[in-house]
Design a protein around this ligand. Sequence first.
Ligand code: C2E
Ligand code: MG
Ligand code: MG
Length: 755
Amino acid sequence: MSDGLHFPIRDEVSAVPSIRAHRAVQARIALAVSLVTLIALILTGFALYWASRESNSVSIERQLRTTERSIRAIVNELALQQEVVAIWDDAIVQLDKDELDFQWIDANLGIWLSKTFGQDEVYILNADDRPIYAGVDGKRVSTDAFRRVSPDIARLVKNVRESQSLSHAGHGPNARELHLTTNKAIVDAHLLELLGRPTAVSVMKIVPESDAVRVEPGREHLLVSIRFLDGSFINQISERNLIDGLRFSRLRVGASDEITVPLTSDEGGLIGYFHWKPELPGQKILSFVGPVAAATSLAIVVVMVLLVRSLRRLAAQQEMTIVELRASQAQAQHLAFHDVLTGLPNRALFDARLDEALSRTRRGEQIAVLMLDLDRFKHVNDNLGHQAGDNLIRAFAQRLLKLVRPGDTVARLGGDEFAVIQTGIRSAEDAEELCTHILAALDRPFETFGHQIFAAASIGIALAPEFGTDRVDIMRKADIALYSAKDEGRDCYRIFTAAMDEAVKVRSSIEDELRSALRSGEGLSVVYQPQFKSNGHSIVGLETLVRWKHPTRGPILPEQFIPVAEQTGLISRLGEWVLQQACMASKQWPDLFISVNVSPAQFRVQGFAERVTDIVRESGADPRKIELEITEGVLLDNAGETASTLRQLRAAGFRIALDDFGTGYSSLGYLQRFSIDKIKIDRSFVMSLGQTANAMAIVKSIVALGQAMDLTVTAEGVETEHQKSFLSTAGCNEMQGFLFSKALPLDQVARLLAA
Ligand code: C2E
Ligand code: MG
Ligand code: MG
């Protein structure tokens, strides 16, 4: 079974961006964002770490230098402190006394130096280098205390004693100038190990300040100042240099978080090590900035995660939109190629499929194109409503679909028009078989709104490639076959033949020439066939019949060109022209009624009644003398409108005759429903009189019916006396036929009437 999934046009949907591409872009953005964030965080972390390390090492370097400098400086400081009291006239005077004033010495030399400068031990030696005064830890003590230190400082004492101008500190590689305030000081100062402790020792001669006091050179008193570096000195540099936990140790290894500075004596010997916990500003910065940075990083990561998430969500929404867009595009495409009512392919899709199928015929495949038309569908629509019509169309589509094979296409081209592409057929018989099935499928009625609808269809078939491989041409040929099926009584199928094409060509040339004949009036004429009273003597009326003498084909029968005029819409102009001729005749013979044939196609045109009334009025003829002959086909269409048009015409004075009575769907119901003045028994019945048994019975009953309904009954095509006598006995009111007269031109009618 054919469906709509196979589109000839497929590129539309791909215009929507693919979801995969979309996801790739999204992943790339997410990756880029994460990567940039990560790199930024790593760089920040690294910079922070580097900065803290750098500032730590700068700080350690600074502490090392200041600590070292402080340690070295202590020797100079010690000498400077001594200088304050050692170059002093009063000190010489006091020390020269036989009875030493120890209180004075305490207050101005020994204890004073301890209290003021934190010197740990102070000794004063006489000219023989023997101690005359000893102060330890800020207290005067016995001079015996000097014995503890004398061996280690003997060399300094000796140096100072023997020198007249010594002013330096240390020996060997560590020796350096002392910076003192006067040039009188004779001093030797050292960094050394004393009593197992790191110690700064300074020995200075006590010399006069002025010339008022004299001391024999080489016999001066010596001032010895000792400062242990592992005692209060440590606190002092600790405070001065803001160094935390400074301590001295003989061991090289300190705590893991300490730094170590070795201390060597002026002689180059290792005394021990200073250890302290270095101040690490980097650490501090890190401990402060670290959490902030970590929090900031965390915040950034959170923001990034949220960002990526919302990006995802946005992308998901976009994906949804894409999916919806695709769905609606697919739907739009389906709608573009399918009929809404039946879901069948529409004309556009049908055309594309037919093109495809026709291209296959070039490779040897045979196909059939079927054009279908529901017979009298308009009738269903008019009488049961459009909903019922729609239901019928839908149900018919379903039945059709069940009859075709997969690969075949069933399409609805519009209204009640369907088409089928039957593919891969072996011969015309396959197509005929399908048509037989289709017609058989319509034998069962359709149920809708409690009504049973009996439908029939006409089918035209065109075979390809036998009759061409061009779509438009094949469709045209199937259409011609369809018209031929309709012409031949509907509810049947016809296969296109070359002869049909010829007929169509003739028809179309007739159309062209009829059009120009109507424009110029050339070749067209009317003749009048007299209608007689049933006695056969007096003429009561004339029927106007159109004639056309074609410039090349010669006379063409109304049966040939009237249908063409009907199909092309020329019938209205033709009819009006004939009516004008009839009016002229009516004016000429006002005693007779003049009848005019009206086609259903002409009757159906909006405003027909007004148009006819106007023409008759304009011509000056009397409408009461004009008879309009309609056929049963008129009565079949839209009952309401037909009835009102008929009422309008009768109200204007026209008489209405029902022509060719008995050939169509004539029923008593019609005669009752519509106001009619006359029925004209069709020629076929009259012809059959005396030939078929029931013809007489039919004619008799028609006449009886007419009489019962108070209608005039006319018999057409009376050719024999026998027919005439039967009809007149049966009660026919009027007769018309070659027995009395054939249709005549105006002048001959005049002659006949005169006779
Ligand atoms: P119709 O209206 O039934 O007209 C009567 C037809 O029967 C006329 O044929 C007439 O020549 C023919 N006829 C009359 N008596 C006899 C007879 O005794 N024996 C035989 N064999 N034929 C007889 P015509 O003129 O060829 O017209 C054929 C049909 O064409 C008309 O049938 C009518 O339906 C249609 N027609 C003719 N003129 C017009 C017209 O102006 N407008 C329309 N709409 N239709 C017209
Ligand atoms: Mg007629
Ligand atoms: Mg007739």
